[in-house]
Design a binder for this molecule. Structure first.
Ligand SMILES: Cc1ncc(COP(=O)(O)O)c(C=O)c1O
Length: 183
């Protein structure tokens, strides 16, 4: 079985992206998972959905725990599906600030892996005092929580999720300070 995790599909605006709906519809062994944790902002509800062939859905229904999704989460999920304005607002916010962060952090001289989701990968030099770990220590001391990526074999990078305007601006000014540059 091929499982396509399309947790960030709603953020992607490129027309060469296919989240998997077509592949599921034309295959017997492909499923696609989606979550309410990302663009809908409902991570604490533990709610998601899966699209797959009937025989796989049937097998899952037989092994899943009873009442594995609670009624308030279902109600919130239904409301979220009807709230297209929220999704559109979140997508527009992400599009604007992803581009801004990519450009501003790039201008500081750090390499950024291009992203179409709501997070980005920032690469740091191995120079003592300028490493990802050093940057993370300063960012954390300012209340900015990025993700260290040693577990993904990327010890020289940090993952940044697109945040509020205030948080985004603070990340850039803190990184500028860290590198001894003006933002
Ligand atoms: C690729 C990916 N899939 C799924 C999830 C989480 O989804 P859920 O909160 O529904 O378990 C995340 C977020 O942490 C993720 O990054």
């Amino acid at each position: 079985v091929l499982v396509l995790d399309a947790a960030y599909a709603e953020y992607v605006r490129r027309n060469d992206y296919e989240s998997g709906i077509e592949l599921v519809a034309t295959s017997e062994n492909v499923v696609m998972c989606r979550t309410f944790s990302k663009i809908h902002g409902l991570a604490a509800l533990r709610l998601g959905w899966m699209y797959g062939p009937a025989h796989i859905v049937d097998a899952l229904n037989r092994i899943r725990g009873p009442f594995n999704v609670n009624a308030p989460a279902i109600a919130a999920g239904v409301a979220a599906m009807g709230d297209g304005a929220h999704v559109e607002r979140s997508r527009a916010h992400n599009e604007r600030w992803l581009a801004w962060l990519t450009e501003e952090i790039g201008k500081l001289g750090l390499e950024v892996t291009p992203s179409v989701g709501n997070f980005m990968l920032i690469h740091f030099p191995e120079t003592k005092g300028k490493t990802a770990k050093d940057a993370n220590a300063l960012l954390t001391s300012r209340g900015l929580i990025l993700r260290q990526l040693d577990a993904y074999q990327l010890p020289n990078a940090l993952r940044l999720s697109i945040g509020s305007e205030e948080a985004n601006r603070l990340v850039v000014s803190t990184l500028a300070e860290f590198l001894g540059k003006s933002a």
